[in-house]
Design a binder for this molecule. Sequence first.
Ligand code: NAD
Ligand code: TYD
Length: 351
Amino acid sequence: MNKHILITGGAGFIGSHVVRLFVNKYPAYQIINLDALTYAGNLENLADIEASPNYRFVKADILDAASLEQVFDGENITDVIHLAAESHVDRSIESPLDFVFTNIIGTVNLLNTARKKWTNDLSAHRFYHISTDEVYGSLGETGFFTETTPYDPNSPYSASKASSDHFVRAYHETYQLPTVVSNCSNNYGPNHFPEKLIPLFINNIIHKKPLPVYGDGLFTRDWLYVKDHAIAIDTIFHNGVIGETYNIGGFNEWRNIDLVKLLCRLMDEKLARAAGESEQLIRYVKDRPGHDRRYAIDAGKINKELGWKPSVTFEQGLSETIDWYLSNTEWLQHVTSGSYQAYYQSMYANR
Ligand code: NAD
Ligand code: TYD
């Protein structure tokens, strides 16, 4: 049977890279991108593939069960890759309920719809839920998250993602829904909304605005190029074992302050500014409440069992990312006009 894959959140950062990869690589698949187009969803991200014969966009909210049923019936959905979510920790601290609605109730709506509609041979279907390493909580100086690390979420965002992961697991155990889950570390790359660390700081450096480093700046994240995450998702979608979880990571840990200094150096070079100019923009500001100290992924399972590893070095990926933002100033301008200014004001005014 031909696959008709529903990709939710396909107009967002990671989703748009996944949609592009699948539309181009699998012309025999029908790719249906369902997205509510919140502040984070942007169809400009997909302008290059929107006319492809195997691609369709549906504007709908995963909270709207009737719309989901219509899409499953109308498009004869065989598989789901679920990325739609509220994804920013700082926003989750301001408005936790938005995260409960979309990330938990939206996911359960989608699970219910799949369960209701997939009444034939369940082995012909797959429900792939995309999650985050943040569900595992915070690490000390050493150690790594593995697939068996107990969940210990600290932010409303990670609590909502942890809850959705548990529901996916429960639907597999209780109803034998053919699910698979992956938990990935911090992504970076083109089309990243400038509220997260790397794109926010690239935008601020371009405009010579202050760079607000939270707390002592010694928080550590593992960074993965978004196109490598999309390849991992392709690998797990096709070869991951039903009922399993896979951790995805970049083998690439950076303390925030070191990463920010590297970004400043690269941008000074690319913008032909004096060495050290952008570093002058760094400001230590009030810390994020409940700020996780360190995330680090052991991606050994996906490497050993499915043969995936990152293909792009951090130097390459970061350089390509900066180049993308410097040559897509219109994209940046569109997403930072309107409500973005109010967001920025409310998030950073009192830090
Ligand atoms: P994003 O915020 O850039 O995009 C989210 C997309 O979901 C947007 O297009 C938005 O319009 C859509 N959306 C939001 N609420 C919706 C709703 N109720 N109904 C339909 N669509 C809705 O997020 P992202 O960074 O691309 O993350 C995608 C997924 O990957 C999320 O599930 C996130 O938890 C997970 N993840 C992200 C990272 C990361 O570093 N960004 C790392 C690991 C996992
Ligand atoms: P972020 O990109 O929001 O991802 P996450 O919180 O999901 O890991 O933040 C990455 C790190 O950068 C995190 O330790 C918080 C820090 N940070 C700042 O220091 N300043 C900022 O303005 C932002 C947005 C993040």
